[in-house]
Design a protein around this ligand. Structure first.
Ligand SMILES: NC(=O)c1ccc[n+]([C@@H]2O[C@H](COP(=O)([O-])OP(=O)(O)OC[C@H]3O[C@@H](n4cnc5c(N)ncnc54)[C@H](OP(=O)(O)O)[C@@H]3O)[C@@H](O)[C@H]2O)c1
Length: 274
């Protein structure tokens, strides 16, 4: 049975992917910062399949934790076929209001954690003669939206690094792939590291927060498109670089462009979308 290690399984996509891969014939290492906080569904699965479904503690921002989780997976299952770098954190806030420490937290979680986990699994996958690294990016990797500079930048960087890695590693049978979801209802907004806008940015923050809130309110709860995209990324014979998921359900671009448009006449010079 192929083995998958998934990060960020406490909620949202990670929890759904752990359940889905387990029911599609994979041995699963479901990793969380706090395994004791796993959902009842995942705990039931671990009880039902104690040889094939394991929890491991993993804070993707900690080097020691990353190494321990990968070692655990290989020790218990003897191989690692798929790494899904799913853990991530959002943040809304004006650029000027966002201190370096927050940029570092965002990049440690959304970029450096996935990159370093990839570096840990690459020798294992090369030795096996194959493997898949699936990095959960976002449409935010290609859209650059105001009030989300750190999130968009971290996902854009992950998208770029994934593309380069895929070219380097495919000669070893290892493929690196972006899973690029649009908005879905998960715990992301509740866990987001949002910052209150300072007075100069209050108006633009209110404007965009209304746009983002409306998009989140309309976001689908059914995570099937994300699951289907991840399974395809893991199994397609010649995978694409990017697997969008749910982007059709909610067109992202029109509301963001509509939110940008009224800012032009009030003297804000907006460039650089795309
Ligand atoms: N939902 C969307 O609309 C959407 C759209 C595009 C992309 N995404 C991306 O999809 C991925 C999953 O997000 P989600 O929507 O499922 O949100 P979620 O429910 O908030 O899940 C995020 C997961 O990441 C974990 N996490 C955060 N920091 C971590 C760290 N340092 N180490 C280990 N785990 C950590 C969280 O664990 P804790 O419980 O410990 O915080 C949680 O399990 C993220 O990369 C997100 O950027 C989401």
């Amino acid at each position: 049975m192929p083995v998958v290690l998934i990060t960020g399984c406490s909620s949202g996509f990670g929890e759904a992917l752990a359940l889905a891969f387990a029911t599609h014939g994979y041995r699963v290492v479901a990793t969380l910062r706090k395994p004791e906080a796993a959902s009842p569904k995942l705990k039931a699965l671990a009880d039902e399949k104690p040889d094939d479904f394991l929890f491991a503690s993993l804070d993707v921002a900690s080097a020691a934790s990353r190494k321990a989780a990968v070692d655990f997976a290989v020790t218990r299952f003897g191989r690692l076929d798929v790494l899904i770098n799913n853990a991530g954190v959002g943040a809304r806030g004006a650029f000027e209001d966002t201190p370096e420490s927050q940029w570092r937290t965002m990049f440690d979680t959304n970029l450096f954690g996935p990159l370093e986990l990839s570096r840990l699994v690459l020798p294992i996958m090369r030795a096996q003669g194959g493997g898949r690294i699936i990095n959960v990016t976002s449409v935010a990797a290609v859209l650059k939206t105001p009030l989300m500079a750190a999130y968009c930048a971290s996902k854009h960087a992950l998208d770029t690094a994934t593309a380069a890695l895929d070219i380097e590693a495919r000669g070893f049978g290892v493929r690196a792939i972006c899973l690029m979801p649009g908005p879905f209802k998960t715990a992301l907004p509740q866990k987001s590291l949002d910052r209150e806008a300072s007075a100069p940015y209050a108006a633009i923050a209110a404007h965009f927060n209304a746009t983002f809130d409306a998009m989140e309110a309309k976001a689908p709860e059914d995570l099937t498109p994300v699951i289907d995209a991840a399974l395809a990324a893991a199994t397609d014979a010649d995978p694409a670089l990017r697997y969008p998921a749910g982007v059709d359900a909610i067109p992202i671009l029109p509301p963001i462009l509509q939110a940008l448009a009224p800012l032009q006449p009030i003297g804000l010079h907006l460039t650089g979308q795309g």
